[in-house]
Design a protein around this ligand. Structure first.
Ligand code: PLP
Length: 376
């Protein structure tokens, strides 16, 4: 029998990408503030590490074939060092992968049943659970809960996805909000899947890791990535951290069965990204994106509309006061692309996402266009 769950998936951004393609092909100048992808180049330290690693493999002594599917120790040690001062990690708790998307979706191999997902959310959580035959239960994000819905203590689930800082809203969970989720998970024996792919954007005093919360070790799995910090979206590297003994064994078996790991040069590049010099290079890029997001946030706020994100995240999320797909069409007429909230969940129909992943020049133009459009 074919897995017809795959036919249930909706790709809500299809019409949006088609419209953008059409506008671009007509020769119009388009400023794309909708993309969730980094735009600045890799740092020198990372590039040098990649070049050296490939050169190493060109001779007998340096050649490497398959590595451990969970990653090389040198990268696990670099990850553990990155966490130092917040959380103590051991090598056997770290599983290197080709990115957070693979792990957020692959993790569904660990459980069956009902899953809490916030609405709006990163679409991978919903789609991968539908493919796996699980049942997403949506927790509505809205203005009154600041797009951080609390657990419904009356509903037991197998797993919960929490994204902090969140895509698409850019909101970040506080220590007490995460502690409430850990209490829920412990009471209901639910698994917390904590996606902190945007952790490097946190500027306020909020947890960077779910393991900073007491009691999380038994119930949580953390997924992080080099994509949005060190700019690895085109290189592919991330990792999952698991402390619970049983889950650790299960995930090790799962990875060994389904993956041959990440290439040696990419792991060397990721190691370099977490070196002191590597971090200082990509932190400049993160600061640049955050400054862009700050400009967008202030421009939108001045128009008097509800707006969050942009402080601990490259994403700014705002109420456009009308159907987001219609607002998308209006902005496109001015040559600006933003992402309609409808693509991230049903409760986000009147919201839009813009991102700081652009040039300063384009961000300033986008601010002007948004201010004009929001007046109407
Ligand atoms: N998690 C979130 C919340 C994201 O927004 C993204 C990418 O946009 C990812 C994970 C995917 O990251 P990666 O490039 O490591 O697969």
């Amino acid at each position: 029998m074919l897995n017809s769950n795959l036919e249930k998936l909706e790709y809500v951004f299809a019409s949006v990408s088609q419209k953008v393609k059409k506008a671009k092909s007509s020769g119009a100048k388009i400023i794309d503030m909708g993309i969730g992808d980094v735009t600045l180049p890799l740092g020198k330290t990372v590039v040098d590490a990649g070049v050296n690693a490939i050169a190493e493999m060109s001779c007998n002594e340096g050649f490497r074939g398959y590595g451990d599917s969970s990653g090389y120790d040198f990268l696990k040690d670099a990850v553990a060092k990155y966490y130092e001062g917040r959380v103590r990690l051991f090598r056997d708790e770290i599983f290197i992968s080709d990115g957070a998307k693979s792990d957020c979706s692959g993790i569904t191999d660990l459980f069956f049943g009902n899953v809490f997902v916030t609405d709006p959310s990163y679409p991978v959580y919903v789609n991968s659970n539908i493919i796996a035959g699980n049942f997403p239960i949506f927790l509505q994000g809205n203005v009154s809960n600041g797009f951080k819905p609390a657990p419904d203590g009356n509903v037991p689930v197998e797993a919960v996805y929490i994204c902090s800082p969140a895509n698409p809203t850019g909101v970040v969970y506080t220590r007490s909000e995460l502690a409430e989720w850990v209490r829920y998970a412990r009471r209901h024996r639910a698994l917390i899947i904590f996606d902190c792919a945007y952790e490097a954007y946190i500027t306020e005093n909020c947890p960077h890791s779910i393991f900073e919360i007491e009691g999380a070790e038994d119930v949580a799995i953390e997924i992080n990535s080099f994509s949005k910090s060190a700019g690895f979206t085109g290189l592919r590297c991330g990792y999952t951290v698991i402390k619970n003994e049983r889950l650790k064994k299960m995930w090790k078996n799962r990875q060994a069965s389904k993956s041959n790991g990440v290439s040696y040069p990419i792991q060397r590049m990721a190691e370099a990204a977490y070196s002191e010099q590597g971090k200082s290079e990509w932190r400049q890029n993160v600061a640049y994106y955050l400054d862009n997001a700050g400009l967008l946030l202030r421009a939108i706020k001045r128009s008097g509309t509800y707006c969050v994100g942009g402080v601990n995240s490259p994403y700014v999320w705002f109420d456009c006061g009308r159907d987001s797909e219609k607002f998308f069409d209006e902005l496109l007429k001015y040559g600006l692309v933003a992402t309609p909230g409808a693509g991230f969940g049903k409760s986000a129909k009147n919201f839009m996402r813009v991102t700081g992943f652009s040039s300063r020049e384009n961000t300033k133009i986008a601010c002007e266009i948004l201010s004009e459009a929001l007046k109407r």
